[in-house]
Write a protein that binds this ligand. Structure first.
Ligand code: ADP
Ligand code: MG
Length: 263
């Protein structure tokens, strides 16, 4: 990261990696209202290829809603969300096509319980991308190897630990060859001893240059892997910067208060 070029005082300017890729996510004045509650109050955010962005902030800040607006699981009330050039809010946009390019992993893994691990991973590629079964299985094996679970290829999800299930869920997401990955508290539901293995998979993806947005409560991990950290509170981006700025020199009282509770 280009910390050496950063002045020690944190600035409001977003930090981007030195090899600044093209903008792959462009969010402008995103607002989302549920009933009378405005949950997102004007989010502006540009994500460049290769960035790893951690989103931190208190519960209820709108972090999940923000991620869900990026892949069309939630529809913005106003503002624009452009992903890989596709306008998510445009009814003419083929949202299924966008979703093949932007994978999402949730706190609860949602594996299909009546299918084996291989079948879980092969389902979308064979169904949506029409990948031949033998090819899809070979790819499933390869992905399971990268998450350290190749021996579980024919296991039932029920027989796996939480951490193993989450690694299968990540492999399943990667099977569509997305170029962006969203993680929403991917380790929050795991027993502590399972967290490290899942974080290692995410770390490997970061090192391979995957563009990622991670909502996480793992502050040490966010500090280690992120090119940029975004602190959200009450539906706005309250502060953003490099990990060194956000964790080492936080400016806003709300961020300072948040960090004092979680660090
Ligand atoms: P975070 O992920 O930061 O904890 P969320 O995005 O899940 O925050 O939620 C932000 C706020 O929006 C919360 O007050 C939550 O109750 C509300 N909210 C989220 N989804 C819905 C929904 N589908 N209907 C009504 N309110 C919702
Ligand atoms: Mg959430």
């Amino acid at each position: 990261v280009n910390e050496t070029h950063q002045p020690e005082v944190a600035s409001a300017a977003p930090a981007v990696p030195e090899h600044k890729g093209q903008v792959v996510i462009d969010v402008r004045d995103l607002r989302k209202t549920f009933g009378k509650t405005e949950v997102l109050k004007g989010i502006d955010c540009q994500v460049h290829a290769g960035e790893v962005i951690s989103i931190i902030g208190p519960s209820g800040a709108g972090k999940s809603t923000f991620l869900r607006c990026l892949n069309g699981l939630d529809t913005p009330t106003s503002g624009s969300v452009i992903v890989n050039g596709y306008d998510i809010a445009d009814p003419k946009t083929d949202i299924d096509k966008v979703r093949t390019q932007i994978g999402m992993v949730f706190q609860h893994f949602n594996l299909f319980p009546n299918m084996t691990v291989a079948e879980n991973i092969m389902l979308a590629p064979t169904l949506i991308k029409k990948v031949p079964v033998d090819q899809a299985r070979a790819r499933a094996l390869e992905l399971l190897r990268t998450v350290g679970l190749e021996e579980k290829i024919d296991a039932n999800p029920d027989s796996l630990s939480g951490g193993q299930k989450q690694r299968v869920a990540i492999a399943r997401s990667l099977a569509m060859d997305p170029d962006i990955m969203l993680f929403d508290e991917a380790t929050s539901a795991l027993d502590p001893e399972m967290v490290g293995d899942v974080l290692q998979v995410i770390r490997d993806l970061a090192n391979k240059g995957m563009t990622m947005l991670l909502v996480t409560h793992e502050m040490a991990f966010a500090r280690e892997v992120s090119t940029r950290v975004i602190f959200t509170d009450a539906g706005i981006i309250e502060e953003e910067g490099t990990p060194a700025q956000i964790f080492g020199n936080p400016q806003s009282p709300r961020l300072r208060s948040f960090l004092s509770k979680v660090l």
